[in-house]
Design a protein around this ligand. Structure first.
Ligand code: 2AM
Length: 202
């Protein structure tokens, strides 16, 4: 009889990505915008504690390669000044191809574009496949939306960004849960980079 894979077995790959995670105030505003969008489009709202902006999606990696990703984060997170900026989310829109409704930005701040570029550069140098499409900063508010929206301006949500995280996505029947593997934050923990935290899931 064929053996079933043991989900707890060592060596199981993790599905990981670098992301910005909002603080409680920004998450609340995004959640409110998500509720407004849900009234219009239906679909499955992103739970407040899981709202995030993906900087670089990596996909499945073996536990052995996680150390290389942390080295990538250390390299990029060392420049703490470059990870502090304000991101103004002032657009609501949707994509037909994947039926998501998102919050986005009329203008991508140069430090955000720079952060993504540096992450992709370091990922590529470390042998990871990187996204070739232009970066489209967005926070997914709804999945499986039944209606689309025409892109429109909304009350701006100013997101004070002061770091980024390496996050693991764990799929379950209840949706995705996320666990922060490592976080790099400006102005905290001495040198700013490489502050481990216990991990959040949602
Ligand atoms: P999304 O919000 O636009 O769906 C965790 O799955 C995060 O990585 C999500 O924010 C998701 O973006 C993004 N993601 C998932 N699969 C991806 C892929 N193949 N390419 C780029 N980003 C992806």
């Amino acid at each position: 009889m064929a053996m079933k894979p043991d989900p707890a077995a060592p060596g199981k790959p993790s599905r990981v990505f670098f992301a910005l995670w909002p603080d409680a105030r920004v998450a609340k505003r995004l959640d409110e915008l998500g509720a407004e969008a849900h009234a219009e489009c239906a679909g499955r709202p992103t739970r407040r504690e899981t709202l995030h902006l993906t900087l670089a999606f990596i996909g499945d990696v073996s536990p052995q390669r996680l150390a290389e990703l942390i080295a990538v984060g250390n390299e990029v997170g060392n420049d703490v000044e470059a990870t502090s900026f304000t991101l103004r989310l002032d657009l609501l829109g949707s994509w037909r191809h994947n039926r998501i409704v998102w919050a986005g930005a009329q203008s991508c701040p140069a430090p955000l574009a720079g952060l993504v570029e540096r992450l992709n550069g370091a990922l590529e140098a470390a042998g990871f496949a990187v996204e070739r499409r232009p970066f489209a900063p967005h926070v997914t508010l709804l999945r499986k939306a039944q209606m689309q929206v025409s892109t429109r301006c909304v009350d701006p949500i100013d997101w004070p960004v002061d770091g980024f995280a390496l996050v693991e996505s764990v799929q379950s029947s209840a949706g995705a849960h996320y666990r922060t593997l490592r976080e790099w934050r400006a102005g905290k923990g001495g040198e700013g980079a490489d502050r481990r935290y216990a991990g959040k899931s949602g």
